[in-house]
Design a protein around this ligand. Structure first.
Ligand SMILES: [Zn+2]
Length: 295
């Protein structure tokens, strides 16, 4: 039996180990099974795609492996490319591989690649569905554009995604209750990152309940996660921001996050009482951009 033929059995064993909380053993098992296969030259194969995704996922939690980042990127890139060749953009396997590839690119600072794969993913969801995934992917695309320094495009994308979600949330929210909070946090992060702090604060004040009403998370924990994300974007975005002048001295991203900064956002989220009548659209678009037609 050749190396590829045994992979489905290896993946099932690895999945059982992961389910039992033994990620490191699963990762070693997959690494051994894939040791003689080069992801750069390997031919597209469904069995190898499944193993590649599973291996790349286990690598997410194995920080002690020296070449972890390179291994993860190479295998998930193989999975995305091979799944596209074998099954096309309508397949769930390609959509899963593409979503994971985008997350790995974003984590590793490959912002241009993250934007490109998310644009392909969004186009696929719009063509083949499911439509419920579109708001979430639009939020991810907006964040990737922002990370890439395409600030105007990021703001247009998140503004449209957010208002589309607000219009359609009665239908979508039942199946994806977390998406509204994610979009809100991404929107506030983009505004705060580009220096539009008062607009970010106004947005959160008006809709804080979407973040703090997460079904499976305590109110305090949900507010803390959102606050840290916003504060991190404030700290890290400045060097690539194209919406305002570059700073004279750029703080390295390894700088510890000042606790008072995320505490400001956390307090705002926990103490806000929504006032839906606030004409937020006019404030957010007051800098010369035309107000989009949401009809
Ligand atoms: Zn910016």
């Amino acid at each position: 039996m050749d190396r590829v033929a045994v992979l489905p059995h290896v993946v099932r064993r690895a999945e059982r180990l992961i389910f039992s909380g033994e990620n490191t053993r699963a990762c070693r098992l997959l690494a051994h099974a894939l040791a003689d296969i080069d992801p750069i030259t390997a031919r597209p194969d469904a069995r190898l795609i499944e193993a590649a995704i599973c291996y790349a996922e286990t690598l997410s939690f194995e920080w002690d492996i020296p070449d972890r980042a390179e291994l993860q990127l190479t295998w998930v890139r193989y999975a995305e490319t091979a799944a596209l060749t074998c099954y096309g953009r309508s397949s769930q396997l390609w959509q899963r591989a593409a979503g994971f590839y985008a997350r790995v690119c974003a984590t590793q600072g490959l912002t241009f690649d993250a934007v490109a794969v998310l644009q392909r993913t969004l186009a696929a969801y719009r063509t083949y569905g499911p439509p419920d995934r579109i708001p979430e992917v639009r939020g991810q695309l907006a964040a990737a554009l922002h990370d890439d320094g395409q600030c105007a495009e990021a703001r247009t994308e998140i503004h449209d995604a957010w208002h589309t979600w607000l219009r359609t949330r009665a239908r979508i929210r039942a199946r994806s209750p977390h998406v509204g909070g994610q979009l809100l946090t991404t929107y506030a992060s983009i505004l705060a990152g580009c220096g539009q702090t008062s607009d970010a604060r106004a947005l959160l004040r008006d809709h804080a309940d979407l973040v703090t009403a997460e079904a499976n998370t305590s109110r305090e924990a949900a507010a803390l996660v959102a606050a840290v994300q916003i504060a991190m974007t404030e700290r890290d975005h400045r060097p690539v921001c194209t919406a305002r002048p570059a700073p004279a001295v750029q703080a390295p991203t390894s700088t510890p996050l000042p606790s008072q900064r995320w505490q400001v956002w956390e307090t705002l989220l926990l103490k806000s009482h929504p006032t839906p009548s606030t004409p937020l659209d006019q404030r957010l678009y007051r800098r010369g951009s035309p107000l989009p037609d949401w009809s």
